[in-house]
Design a protein around this ligand. Sequence first.
Ligand SMILES: Cc1cc2nc3c(=O)[nH]c(=O)nc-3n(C[C@H](O)[C@H](O)[C@H](O)COP(=O)(O)O)c2cc1C
Ligand code: SF4
Length: 609
Amino acid sequence: MQQFEFSDISRMLTPIFARHDVDASRLLQVLLEVQDACHFIPSEAIDQIAAHFDVPRVNVEGVAGFYSFLSTRPVGEYRILFSDNITDQMLGKDELMLYLCNKLWVEPGKVSEDGLVSVASTSCTGLCDQGPAALVNGWPLTNLDRNRLDLIAELIRSRKPVADWPPMLFEVADNIRRSDVLLGQPFEPGAAMRATLARGAKETLAEVDKSNLRGRGGAGFKTASKWSFCHAAIVEEEGSMICDVGGHPERYIVCNADEGEPGTFKDRVLLNSYADLVFEGMTVGARVVGASKGFLYLRGEYRYLLKQLESVLQKRREAGLLGDAILGRADFSFDIEIHLGAGAYICGEESALIESLEGRRGRPRNRPPFPVTHGYKGRPTVVDNVETFACVAKIAERGGAWFAAMGTAQSTGTKLLSISGDCATPGIYEYPFGVTVRQILADCGAREPYAVQVSGPSGTLISWKEFDRRIAFEDLPTAGAFMVFQRKRDMFQTARNFVHFFAHESCGFCTPCRVGTELQKKIMDKIASGHGTASDLEEMKSLGHILKTMSHCGLGSSAANPVLDTLEKFPDVYVRKLKALAFEPAFDLDGALETARKMTGRDDDWAHL
Ligand SMILES: Cc1cc2nc3c(=O)[nH]c(=O)nc-3n(C[C@H](O)[C@H](O)[C@H](O)COP(=O)(O)O)c2cc1C
Ligand code: SF4
């Protein structure tokens, strides 16, 4: 393994430490920079980082080992990670990855002998509308085909820095196919803030309440209620005079841009082309709950957006829309910091996200207490999805009644859908809630649609018999993913891909999920290899029950959905793969004991027990 001198590491770390406080919540950001500089996290760096933050070495190791974009072993100078969502696989990802590996003389998952390149898979990169996709040193590569891979192999062999590669390789299109009030109507930065300041914080909360806005991150919790709880926590605290140093009880606004659910990419588009709307929604939230600090938690896969997002923030500061005395109001200061994730789906879960913001592994906390009362650094914290904040800005500008007039009774407003899979025009579609699946399939040019995975692997699989169902919290709730599968697709392989995803992304904290997701994966692989039996299906049903009822967080409790849904709606795809046997053990005990029998010279009946 590559060795570094203490002095080399010190030289590399000095400017990195200078960019970050001695606050341990910066740990993940520091590790990301070290990973960039060295292509891994050297052991010597771990020692020095631990000393710098005055934390035990094991804490730094724990964080470095948790996030998939960090590595304590060298990866290639050019690190290529192919997106492994089912939609990428349907577009030929596996074959293309092997093609590139052959061209570069490297085995999948390994580093080339000269340390130049490594090629591996990663969970969905949020580019399903333009896959097969990959990341090279964090930069997105889209629409991959053999021609592009030939060029990429050539660029790598000639050791051309990624920054000098042809820009067309990194083009990421928004692919907005249908717009409504969020994407289709102009927004003047500052309009929502002016309306909020004119109306007052309490009155703005009343408008959000009237709008009946529900969170767009998946769970659909009513936004005004969440904000009221946060506000109530502060009022209660002020009443009992518990304040931070400086006398001001701090509270936080966090925008969840982790967008890790496979098949979801609408937040990517909002951040790329509607960042003002999102930041303005966060600022409205800050005024309502009285926060002076906000974070955008940006998934590592969207790191390429960081620079432009920083520049939007800077423009907003210059326009008096962020920073001290916003729009001249001495009593209102608020600013936003961007915090990068590093490849961990679980960090989208709000309490894991807060752990990650504090520089730790993304391990979901016990709840209650909830983040609204005990969030970032133990302070009241509102965590909302990117799209939720975009809606808030519109509501603050145009009023709650305007918003509530769209959609259905329990699902007001519009919803952004990320459509991918077997359709002519994948991309972003904005619909008023209540639209039928059938309508959406017609609009996106679905080819012989057979099934749709709504809201990603943790959501619901619906068959062609259910295409009259509606996108709404009353019927099919969704965070936005909408993956279309045509008749020729093997729905077993879809479920298997999702099961692998959950096993890979389980944070390992609780046993039902850590073991349950791994067992699900093993059984699905066993069935795929032709060794599955009827008892395996029963086993998966009972595993599903354990996962649903005994997991610590939403990842585990939804990890069985793909298997249970396919078993219910497409049982044939399993039956076709099963052996005639009712039972085949996953472990050959008799075979394993063979060596021991030979060594002891025993072959009697008792030795075979
Ligand atoms: C495993 C897991 C992953 C999640 N990922 C995301 C995510 O990427 N983005 C998001 O907004 N919410 C995600 N959530 C939901 C969040 O925990 C939280 O409910 C949401 O950010 C609240 O925002 P909202 O009320 O605006 O929807 C996830 C939940 C779980 C259990
Ligand atoms: S359910 Fe899974 S992801 Fe959630 S805490 Fe348990 S092990 Fe971690």
